[in-house]
Design a protein around this ligand. Structure first.
Ligand code: F6P
Length: 530
C-alpha cells in the first residue's frame, strides 16, 4: 500500500502549532527552567544505555502535545507499519525500504513476495562470517601464499561513508588488519592509498550497489592495473571481492561469482552498512562485533516501533527538528559528538539526511511551498569549541545542536574523560542560559536561549553505535513522512553526473557541446594548461 499523501501545513495540528509558535517564540529557556524545577525530568527519556535530555529546547508541554497531534494527523503509525513490513514506500523507484530487515534476529520471518527474506539475509551473513574468519586468521591467503595485512574498500557515497565512519568509530575494537578507503575520483586519492601497500598482502573490496558508479569503477580499474603490474592475472580472483546487487556487471569486471557478496534492491545505498556493504567493518573488528552493531540497531528499531510519542527518542528528535526548521525557520542544525572516534559521523549523516530529505516535490507530485530537508553539519567536541562555537554562542543565527557523549572512556583515563565531559555539560548550559548579567561591554554578553539535545550514552560499543545510527535513520524517516516527500530516492544527483559525462568527452576532444560562456571559458582555460 502506498504512503498517505497529507500536506502537513494543511493539518489542524500545523495551524495550532503556528499560533502556539507566536505565543512562545520569545520565551527564554532560562526562565522556563527557573519556573519549573521538574522540566529536565519531564523532557528526558531513559532507554537502555541511552539518556536523552531534550529539556533545553524551546518547547513546553503544549508544544510536545501539538507535535504529537501532528504525527497522529498525518498517520505516522500507518507509515511505520508500512516501513517495517516491506511495503513499496520508495514509490518513485518502486521498491521497499528494508534495511531494518538486515538486523532482524536470525530466526525471524519477513515474507516479501512469498519469500522469507530473513533466510536470504542469513545466507549472505554466513558467507560474510566465514570469509571474515578466514581472512582474519590467515586461512585465506593472497596469490603468493601470504596472509592479508591490509583491506581496501573501494566505493563512494553509501558504499563508503557508512563503513568508513563505523570502522573509524570502532577502532578500539580493531584487529591486526589495516583498513583503507578509496572513494574520490581524484586520482591522487587512490595513489596516496596504494603507494604504501604491498599487493601480495592486500585485499580489495569493490563496493557498489549498482556497479555502475564512475568513481568506483575507475578506482577499481586503476587498482587492478596496479596489481597486475606486480602479480599475474590469476591473482585477481585472490585479491578482489565485490559487494553489489548487479551480479552480471561484477562478473563482467572479472570477479568470480564465489567472490561476490550480494545485496538487494530494497537496501538503499545510504542505509546499506548493515548489509554486505559492511564487510570492511566485519573484517576490521571481527564478525561478532559486526553482529553486535546489528543487534544494537535492531533494539533501536523496536524502541522506535513500539514506544509512544513522548517516550520515543527518534520521534521527538524528528519533531523538534521540524519545529525549528518550519516554525522558527532556523537554517541549519549541528551534530557535535564528544568523541574523536565519531569524527566521521557528521559526514555520514550529511548523506543519510540530506540525500534523503532534500526534496522539493511532495508525494502528490506537487511543488512544495514549505521547508523540507535540514542542513546538517558538525565536528567532534572539544575541537568544535575552538572552531565554530563562537557563532553558536554569539552569532546572529541559531543552530539547534545535538550533543552526543559517552560516559565511559574506552582507555579509562578519567582525568581526560572528566575534562571532556565537563566541556560537554558546560556547553549546553552556556548555550541555554547565556549570561544575562548586565555587561558594560556588549561584546561580552551572551543572549542564550540556544536549543540543544543531549544524548548521553554509557559507553561506545558496537551495540550502542548501532543504536545511535539507527536512531538518526528513524529520525529522518519521520521527517520525510511528515513533510510528505519521498525520502528514499535521489534523482537530484543525476543531472551533474550526466553533464560530467558530456564534458569528459569534450576534454577528450571527442565531442563538442553548447555551454554558457562561463563554462566554455573554464573548459578552454583548463585545456590550455595541458
Ligand atoms: O550519490 C548517489 C549514489 O547513488 C548514492 O545514493 C550511493 O550511495 C552512491 O551513489 C554509490 O552508489 P553505488 O553503491 O551504486 O556505487
Amino acid at each position: 500500500m502506498p504512503l498517505k499523501t497529507i500536506n502537513p501545513t494543511q493539518t489542524k495540528a500545523w495551524k495550532k502549532l503556528s499560533s502556539h509558535f507566536n505565543d512562545i517564540k520569545n520565551c527564554h529557556l532560562k526562565q522556563w527552567f527557573d519556573e519549573d524545577k521538574n522540566r529536565a525530568d519531564r523532557f528526558t527519556i531513559k532507554w537502555e544505555d541511552f539518556y536523552f535530555d531534550y529539556s533545553k529546547n524551546r518547547i513546553n508541554s503544549e508544544t510536545v502535545k501539538l507535535l504529537k497531534e501532528l504525527t497522529e494527523e498525518i498517520d505516522l503509525k500507518d507509515a511505520i507499519s508500512k516501513y517495517f513490513s516491506g511495503d513499496t514506500i520508495n514509490q518513485t523507484e518502486n521498491r521497499a525500504v528494508l534495511h531494518t530487515a538486515l538486523r532482524l534476529p536470525q530466526n525471524s520471518e519477513l515474507i516479501i513476495d512469498g519469500k522469507n527474506i530473513v533466510s536470504e539475509i542469513n545466507i549472505v551473513k554466513a558467507k560474510m562470517e566465514s570469509f571474515t574468519n578466514d581472512i582474519i586468521n590467515g586461512n585465506r591467503k593472497g596469490y603468493t601464499g601470504k596472509s592479508f595485512t591490509d583491506i581496501v574498500n573501494i566505493g563512494i557515497g553509501g558504499s563508503d561513508l557508512g563503513p568508513s565512519m563505523i570502522v573509524e568509530a570502532l577502532q578500539f575494537y580493531k584487529n591486526h588488519l589495516n583498513t583503507h578507503f578509496v572513494s574520490n575520483i581524484d586520482g591522487d586519492h587512490v595513489n596516496e592509498v596504494i603507494k604504501n601497500l604491498n599487493p601480495e598482502t592486500t585485499l580489495f573490496i569493490i563496493v557498489s550497489k549498482s556497479f555502475a558508479t564512475q568513481e568506483t569503477l575507475t578506482n577499481a580499474t586503476t587498482i587492478r592495473q596496479w596489481l597486475l603490474q606486480n602479480l599475474p592475472k590469476a591473482a585477481v580472483s585472490k585479491h578482489f571481492v565485490a559487494v553489489s546487487s548487479n551480479i552480471e556487471k561484477v562478473k563482467a569486471f572479472g570477479i568470480d561469482e564465489s567472490n561476490i557478496f550480494p545485496m538487494w534492491n530494497w537496501v538503499g545505498g545510504r542505509f546499506s552498512l548493515w548489509s554486505a556493504v559492511g564487510l570492511s567493518i566485519s573484517l576490521s573488528v571481527g564478525y561478532s562485533n559486526f553482529e553486535s552493531l546489528l543487534e544494537g540497531a535492531h533494539k533501536m528499531d523496536e524502541h522506535f516501533k513500539n514506544n509512544p510519542f513522548d517516550k520515543n527518542i527518534a520521534m521527538i528528535m524528528a519533531c523538534l527538528s521540524i519545529w525549528y526548521n518550519n516554525f522558527f525557520e532556523f537554517e541549519t542544525e549541528a551534530v557535535v559528538p564528544y568523541s574523536q572516534y565519531l569524527n566521521r559521523f557528521p559526514a555520514y549523516l550529511q548523506q543519510a539526511i540530506m540525500e534523503s530529505n532534500g526534496k522539493n516535490v511532495d508525494r502528490n507530485g506537487e511543488s512544495i511551498d514549505y521547508q523540507t530537508g535540514t542542513i546538517v553539519w558538525g565536528e567532534p567536541g572539544t575541537n568544535a569549541q575552538h572552531a565554530f562555537f563562537q557563532l553558536m554562542h554569539q552569532g546572529t543565527k541559531t543552530v539547534p545542536t545535538d550533543f552526543i557523549g559517552f560516559a565511559k572512556s574506552l582507555y579509562g583515563n578519567t582525568e581526560h574523560q572528566d575534562k571532556l565531559m565537563s566541556n560537554f555539560f558546560a556547553q549546553t548550559e552556556a548555550l541555554m542560559n547565556g549570561k544575562t548579567k548586565k555587561q558594560s561591554k556588549p561584546y561580552k554578553a551572551f543572549e542564550g536561549n540556544r536549543p540543544t539535545n543531549t544524548i548521553l550514552i554509557k559507553k561506545l560499543t558496537p551495540e550502542s553505535l548501532g543504536k545511535l545510527v539507527a536512531l538518526y535513520e528513524h529520525k529522518l524517516f519521520v521527517q520525510g513522512i511528515i513533510w510528505n516527500i519521498f525520502s528514499y530516492d535521489q534523482f537530484g544527483v543525476e543531472l551533474g553526473k550526466e553533464l560530467a559525462g558530456n564534458i569528459l568527452q569534450e576534454l577528450n576532444n571527442s565531442k563538442k557541446e553548447d555551454h554558457d560562456s562561463s563554462t566554455v571559458r573554464l573548459i578552454n582555460y583548463y585545456k590550455s594548461l595541458d
